[in-house]
Design a binder for this molecule. Structure first.
Ligand code: FAD
Length: 430
């Protein structure tokens, strides 16, 4: 039992996949009464040990997971085990959409929400930011439901979505959706690194969703993946992204984010319009995403720090013999709007997320991660929970102001730590 990247052998003794919510409740009761441990796992796409479990892992893959849409409120009710690849066409079929999507669709909704998975967009929050209600099986086996908004919502409910799997087994999530839309995707290349870094906030604000790919080398062009939303008329919206200095270098064919990898694995580019969920993810749901054998890390910093952080990383990129340069396949920079979820790396902070796709060389990557964390420390970076990081619990406490409340909530909902694993114990106690 390994995660998607194969960098972790899960320590759990087995994976149990109940066929109904009642079976799931009975499972939780049994494990709790035996003083055992049970941790939820989704599609296993996290690089960190966030989905590992010291006892058994529980997967909801055998639970029915239909989508129901309240058209009046624009709220979708979705089974937690549903993958984004299953969810998005169902939403689109009902003329609804999500404002942003991660680079791949193979992850489960519950797993993606639990780690605050995100896409890119000035106005787009993490997926957890769209959650308006959560249903879960708690540590006593009770099926509970809590609203996050409205007069009856308890103030602690905003601690529920980004749970790291430590609060219970999420069976259903209610998501705010937006009207469906079309997107046209264009890649610009040969972008000068110094120019890019100097105007990073503007570049990232240049379209509905923008991803910058770079290897932090001044002798190598960087690339801008620009995903523009189409107006209802079918015309590409005139947006401020057509700045002369980067719009002059549109790629003449499809591109893969990692230089040298096959572009056939990517969603259509070259400005061909298509539904939001067939353009916002970089990778086709049927293809291997990214490199395939890789590791990943990502850090969120406040938007004001985007350019200084970029300048610091340019400095790291200059030392060709460094672990950073040797380990890095590519970096991706994205914009994420602040949200209210206590453990979200974008908690109450409009952010730029600096992502690193590393080659599959764990020792060099460990040194590179240390170097990046040391360099970014003055900018109070918050790590992505699903990716590799070395940030100490003390630094996490200093950078996530509601982490103490999240730890109290975990203790309150699961005093015996039935759902805890090593990572959540370090961060949240229990
Ligand atoms: C190639 C690749 C590309 C990626 N691209 C992006 C990206 O663009 N943006 C981004 O933000 N991230 C990205 N990620 C990271 C990924 O989105 C997260 O790690 C995500 O959490 C994985 O979802 P999963 O279903 O695999 O969950 P898992 O990794 O299995 O679990 C993640 C967490 O969710 C919890 N969990 C799972 N199911 C439940 C449940 N039913 N109830 C309660 N908790 C549950 C687990 O306990 C764990 O804490 C990428 C990962 C890969 C491999």
């Amino acid at each position: 039992m390994r995660n998607w990247a194969g960098n972790l052998s899960f320590s759990a003794s087995r994976v149990v996949a109940p066929g109904s919510v009642e079976e799931l409740q009975a499972l939780v009761r049994r494990v709790a009464s035996e003083g055992g441990a049970l941790h939820p796992v989704g599609a296993g796409h996290s690089f960190s040990a966030v989905a590992d479990g010291p006892g058994e892992q529980v997967s909801l893959r055998n639970l029915p997971s239909a989508v129901e849409i309240d058209r009046e409120r624009g709220v979708a009710s979705v089974g937690g085990s549903m993958t984004l690849a299953q969810l998005c066409p169902a939403l689109d079929g009902a003329a609804r959409a999500l404002p942003a999507l991660p680079s791949l669709l193979g992850v489960t909704l519950a797993g993606a929400v639990a780690t605050a998975t995100h896409g890119s967009g000035e106005a787009a929050q993490t997926l957890a930011g769209s959650v308006v209600a959560v249903e879960w099986v708690d540590a006593t086996g009770e099926l509970r439901r809590e609203e996050l908004t409205g007069p009856d919502a308890p103030p602690w409910a905003v601690g529920l979505p980004v749970s790291l799997g430590s609060l219970g087994i999420v069976t259903r999530l209610w998501l705010e959706t937006v009207p469906s839309y079309e997107v046209a995707q264009v890649v610009y290349e040969r972008v000068a690194l110094d120019e890019l870094v100097a105007s990073l906030p503007d570049v990232l604000a240049g379209a509905h969703s923008v991803s910058v790919f770079t290897r932090w080398r001044e002798d190598e062009g960087s690339r801008i993946w620009c995903k523009r939303r189409l107006a209802a008329s079918g015309q590409v919206e005139a947006d401020p992204s057509c700045r002369p200095w980067w719009a002059r270098t549109a790629a003449d064919g499809p591109r893969h984010p990692v230089p040298g990898m096959p572009p056939e694995r990517c969603t259509p580019q070259l400005g061909v319009p298509g539904p939001w969920h067939e353009r916002l993810p970089h990778f086709l749901p049927t293809a291997t995403p990214s490199l395939g054998n890789e590791l990943q890390s990502e850090y969120f910093v406040g938007r004001d720090h985007a350019t200084p952080v970029g300048e610091a990383l340019c400095g790291l990129g200059r030392d060709r013999s460094s672990a950073f340069v040797r380990a890095l396949a590519v970096s991706e920079l994205r914009s994420v709007a602040g949200d209210r979820c206590w453990l979200s790396p974008a908690f109450e902070r409009d952010s730029v997320a600096f992502h690193f796709t590393w080659l599959d060389d764990p020792d060099t990557v460990a040194r590179a991660v240390e170097a990046v964390e040391e360099l970014l420390a003055p900018f109070e970076p918050r790590p992505h929970w699903g990716k590799l990081f070395a940030t100490t619990p003390a630094s996490l406490r200093a950078r996530l102001p509601r982490l103490g409340d999240a730890a109290d909530l975990r203790r309150h909902l699961d005093p015996a730590g039935v759902f805890s694993n090593n990572l959540t114990r370090e961060v949240l106690g229990g």
